[in-house]
Design a protein around this ligand. Structure first.
Ligand code: PMT
Length: 399
């Protein structure tokens, strides 16, 4: 199941390092090409000879070979890998990864790899639950790394609790599922709208909103990680997704977003509309800066074009359109009405009444509402995890 996959293992100094021999055997049996980079301390827990024999490749530990001066290129190995699994990941290595410390080959490789990174922690329970470690793990998660939580059980210290590295058989399962998911959208082109729009009043002022683009960015990256080609149409934001599969189109106004979306929708398998598009824009854009006066200023606003509604009308059999609903009252009823009136296949409701949800946050709490009336409330999650849930739904809808 892993034929043709290049898996790089990063082994750190932890008693759980002995389990890596089994993991390598399992990966090789599934057809993966496995290479191993170890920290110097990891060699005290399992010999490089054992891992080299099982992986059929020399083990990388040092920056260079002192006998012939040849460099072990962390850049080359980073480019080679389809997945970098750091397992077992000690508290020390997790802390260094979270803060960009690069004092061994495992860490310089981490900073160089282009592929997804998985981190399977292993340590004593008190170290694991320490706020510093937890914060570092969250930091790694926020960089898009996949965290394989430690499990509970007997620990090397004799204590019992959460801190054990996941068993090799389970890690193999996670890796197989990861690659299956990654290919689930290959060959598909998906349009994503993201961020706010700015509707100009005059050369210096606009009507906008608080969208940061974080939700849209997470969706675009998740789609790209699963092999899709992404057309990412974004309003003015400072954070953008970076991935070779993502083509970014920058727009300012609702009209520009509308024109770009309509032009690009043809040939797309789906559209996910996470942008907070202005519903109204000034009827007249003043050529010069509007001067301050003592009287009230009346702006005449006209409705913008509804991109979601137009794509809902245009969509052909097999095309899927997923919208968002940002509500402040009667959330479910309003979102369901939007789902119907815009002819969407799914609507993702987020409410500004929920703490940690909506604009600007790193988290979101959404409720998924389907055309058949099924309502699935989700718990508060990171925007990356919410994106993954939405893309799971999309994969189901495209089947
Ligand atoms: O960017 P972040 O800071 O991470 O915040 C994320 C978010 C809160 C912006 C996002 O999760 C979200 O809810 N996006 C949709 C916001 C919105 O405009 O909702 P709405 O209920 O007004 O619109 C309903 C749907 O119609 C949306 O899919 C919207 O993109 C679309 N729409 C709306 C108006 C319009 N003229 N054209 C549209 O396509």
């Amino acid at each position: 199941m892993l034929k043709g996959k290049n898996i790089l293992l990063g082994v750190t100094g932890s008693i759980a390092a002995y389990k890596i021999a089994t993991l390598i055997r399992l990966l090789v049996k599934e057809g993966a090409d496995v290479r191993v980079v170890m920290t110097p301390l990891a060699k005290e827990f399992i010999t490089p000879l054992t891992l080299a024999t099982l992986s059929k490749h020399p083990i990388l530990v040092d920056f260079f070979n002192p006998e012939n001066g040849a460099w072990n290129s962390h850049v080359d190995i980073g480019l080679w890998a389809d997945l970098y699994l750091v397992a077992p990941a000690s508290a020390n290595t997790i802390a260094k990864m979270a803060h960009g410390v690069a004092d061994n080959l495992l860490l310089t490789t981490y900073l160089s790899v282009k592929c997804p990174v998985m981190v399977a922690s292993a340590m004593d329970l008190d170290m694991y639950r320490h706020p510093t470690t937890q914060r570092n793990i969250e930091q790694l998660r926020s960089y898009g790394n996949i965290i394989v939580e430690a499990t509970s059980g007997e620990l090397a210290s004799g204590l019992s609790g959460k801190g054990r590295m996941e068993e090799p058989e389970k890690l193999l399962d996670i890796i197989i599922q990861f690659f299956a998911k990654r290919q689930s959208l290959s060959g598909k082109k998906i349009l994503v709208t993201s961020g706010p729009t700015h509707e100009p009043i005059d050369p210096v002022r606009f009507i906008g909103n608080h969208s940061s683009g974080k939700m849209g960015k997470s969706i675009a990256l998740e789609l790209a990680y699963r092999g899709a080609t992404v057309v990412f149409i974004t309003g003015p934001v400072s954070i953008l997704p970076q991935h070779p599969n993502i083509q970014t189109i920058h727009v300012e106004t609702a009209k520009q977003m509308h024109d770009a979306a309509l032009e690009m929708f043809d040939g797309c398998s789906a559209a996910i509309l996470a942008a907070a598009v202005a519903d109204f824009s000034p009827k007249v854009v003043q050529k010069q800066k509007v001067k301050r006066k003592d009287d009230a200023l009346v702006l005449e606003l006209v409705p913008t074009c509804d991109i979601a509604k137009e794509l809902g009308k245009l969509k052909q059999k097999g095309q899927v359109v997923i919208g968002f609903a940002l509500e402040t009252e009667n959330e479910e009823a309003n979102a369901s009405a939007k789902l119907k009136s815009k002819n969407l296949d799914l609507i993702v409701l987020n409410s500004l009444n929920e703490k940690g949800a909506g604009f600007g946050t790193d988290t979101n709490r959404v409720t998924l509402i389907h055309r058949d009336g099924t309502v699935t409330p989700k718990e508060l999650k990171t925007k990356e995890e919410v994106a993954s849930d939405i893309v799971d739904e999309l994969v189901g809808l495209l089947k």
